[in-house]
Design a protein around this ligand. Structure first.
Ligand code: NAD
Length: 331
């Protein structure tokens, strides 16, 4: 198949492309290599991929409508895995326009490309943050999610609504994946697993939100990749009911993709302490705006669709991440 992976220099995009490389596909990746976090890490991910003969990289901004339409016209993709976005909850408080550009205009450009070139299946990234103020756990895709608490979450929910519209109007099969706190090798420097590991190894304090009273459904990158790759072959069909928010008469599907077992933040920090052999100096602080105290994915629907359950627990996942971190940064 000819595949487009957007956000290929990103954490999840790199891992998905690496997994698909060497399997007989023709893989094209795009990314605008923005400086939201260390660009050198994005270049290093690309260098890691460029070794693969069947992977090509094009520097392109999703929000460049003409560039995106020319890309789709020139390449004639079969399927699209859309992972590029402006990520991060806290950054959206100060930089809202970056989210409108990449996540709304950019997502629209992807949908338009898919519509105009009869793409077989668009798989795109949503986020657990859409659950916002939901109190019912575990979070399920049939729960109503009408109370986002960050602009980032609102754009991700908007992505699902926009995808549904295109599925309905143009019979474009779309699948949204709500990712739950992904961590692992080549991870994101703006996220807690990376920041905590870095601080512990450098003997610096870590900022622990909500005085440590947080839970996250941490999901190891390999489990995410397995879910993305399997779901690519599960193309939604038309004709289901519309009685629940995650079903539709249009060829539209929505899944949680998480570990399915929330971990207390302090337990996660202890796992990093064991893996690094360093003690954490915790600087406890209150709840941060836009943040949620708990995430927990109901993953039954993804299991039913793909037969896959996440395999990697926190102890093993953290150890693998710390090993990668030490090698990559020569610490
Ligand atoms: N990592 C997680 O825990 C997590 C959780 C929930 C949702 N997500 C979503 O999963 C997707 C991948 O996340 P990630 O963790 O790999 O993030 P990431 O920031 O590492 O990767 C995103 C990539 O997209 C690129 N990008 C951003 N705006 C772009 C634009 N306008 N044009 C072209 N490229 C652009 C960035 O340069 C980056 O390389 C995102 O949609 C994110 O919102 C991630």
């Amino acid at each position: 198949m000819k595949l487009l992976v957007t956000g290929m220099a990103g954490f999840i995009g790199h891992a998905v492309a690496k997994r698909l490389a060497g399997q007989g596909h023709d893989l094209v990746g795009i990314d605008n290599l923005n400086d939201y976090y260390d660009v050198a890490l994005k270049h290093a991910r690309l260098s890691d991929l460029i070794k693969c003969d069947d992977v090509r990289f094009i520097e392109l901004d999703l929000a460049d409508s003409e560039g995106m339409s020319a890309l789709f016209a020139a390449e004639q993709f079969d399927r699209v895995i859309h992972l590029a976005a402006q990520a991060g909850v806290r950054y959206s408080l100060d930089n809202p326009h970056a989210y409108a550009e990449s996540n709304l205009v950019g997502h629209l450009n992807v949908l338009e490309g898919c519509r105009r070139h009869s793409i077989e299946h668009l798989v795109y990234a949503s986020s657990s943050s859409v659950y916002g103020m939901n109190e019912k756990v575990p979070f399920a895709t049939h729960d109503a999610v009408d109370h986002p608490i960050s602009l980032y979450a609102a754009t991700k929910k908007a992505n699902e609504l926009m995808a549904h519209t295109y599925s309905h109007l143009y019979e474009l099969p779309t699948t949204g994946l709500r990712f739950f706190t992904v961590y692992g090798p080549w991870g994101r420097p703006d996220m807690a697993p990376f920041k905590f590991t870095q601080a512990l190894l450098e003997g610096k304090p870590i900022q622990v939100n909500n005085h440590g009273d947080m839970q996250r459904d941490f999901t190891y990158i390999d489990d995410i990749v397995e879910g993305v790759v399997r779901i690519l072959d599960v193309i939604p069909a038309s004709g289901n009911s519309t009685s629940a928010p995650d079903t539709s008469t249009a060829p539209y599907a929505l899944y949680n993709i998480g570990n399915g077992s929330p971990v207390a933040l302090m337990d996660f920090i202890r796992a990093i302490e064991r893996a690094t052999g360093c003690d954490a100096k915790c600087d406890f602080r209150g709840m941060q705006p836009g943040d949620v105290p708990r995430t927990w994915a109901d993953t039954e629907a993804l299991f039913d669709a793909t037969g896959y359950r996440p395999q990697v627990g926190i102890e093993e996942g953290v150890a693998r991440f710390v090993e990668w971190y030490r090698n990559f940064y020569q610490i």
